[in-house]
Design a protein around this ligand. Structure first.
Ligand code: B12
Length: 211
């Protein structure tokens, strides 16, 4: 669809206003929010990642694409999240220490809220101890850890160890995600689950809570 390609192009170029305008237009014409997300925003962000890898795009430009994505996600959120549904359980989410990527985590949070879960979002660059304190304070059923760098994914392990050492491991299920992690890595560091995208994350959380 031409308009979805326009949205992806505007995101790649970091034009936040145009991204917002196109998002609204697509919603008004009845395009599913999930389609806007996958075929517009995520498709565009994948190109941004590729251009970043090959040195065609630099950090300031990537940041502009990221804020354009944030602007669009804000518009999509009310369409993805049902209000007034009874909570299916509390989920605590955060991007681990040293990692400044939060778009994927935010998206997982939105989809979980959409499925009726209550979300406590600790943000990004979250040290292990902060996860431990937040578990004590909020008593979530599930903890979601996000990492986008091969260097910071190791902090998922340290976070799980800190939760273990605080005697809280048996009280929560832990799910991990982010581009560099895998089911094998989840098994290796003692997480309960892994999901590769936001839709699968919802399925995995439901599965973990049913077990
Ligand atoms: C945007 C971006 C940035 C932005 C982040 C802005 C923000 N607010 O998030 C900025 C400019 C800050 C940035 C900085 C850097 N980045 Co960057 N970034 C990206 C980029 C282009 C897109 C990430 C993204 O948002 N994707 C879209 C979302 C929707 O997808 P996602 O994050 O993968 O999330 C999905 C799944 O992974 C999963 N998921 C995510 N979290 C969780 C959690 C749970 C619990 C579950 C179940 C699932 C799940 O579900 C999500 C939704 O479907 C990626 C490339 C890419 N294609 O991934 C590089 C990328 C991740 N960055 C990279 C690098 C190298 C960096 C820098 C080190 C660059 C530098 N030289 O400084 C810095 C590091 C800063 C830091 N300390 O974190 C590399 C990582 C390489 C590696 N293997 O480690 C990548 C892969 C680019 C590349 N191809 O080289 N980056």
């Amino acid at each position: 669809m031409r308009e979805l390609q326009d949205l992806a192009d505007a995101l790649i170029n970091g034009y936040a206003d145009r991204v917002s305008k196109l998002t609204n237009e697509l919603l008004e014409t009845g395009v599913e929010p999930q389609t806007i997300l996958n075929e517009g925003l995520i498709a565009g962000m994948t190109v941004v990642g590729e251009k970043m890898r090959t040195g065609e795009m630099y950090l300031p430009e990537v940041l502009q694409s990221a804020s354009a994505m944030h602007a669009s996600l804000k518009l999509l959120k009310p369409h993805l999240v049902k209000e007034g549904v009874e909570s299916r359980g509390k989920i605590l989410m955060g991007t681990v220490k040293g990692d400044m990527h939060d778009i994927g985590k935010n998206l997982v949070g939105i989809m979980l809220q959409g499925a009726g879960f209550e979300l406590v979002d600790l943000g990004l660059n979250v040290p292990p101890q902060k996860f431990v304190e937040a578990i004590g304070m909020h008593q979530p059923a599930v903890v979601g850890l996000s990492a986008m760098l091969t260097t910071t994914m190791l902090n998922m392990k340290t976070t799980i160890e800190a939760i273990n050492n605080a005697g809280l491991r048996s009280k929560v299920k832990i799910i991990i995600g982010g581009a560099p992690v895998s089911q094998k890595f989840a098994d290796d560091i003692g997480a309960d689950g892994y999901a590769r995208d936001a839709v699968k994350a919802v399925d995995k959380v439901k599965e973990l809570l049913a077990a």
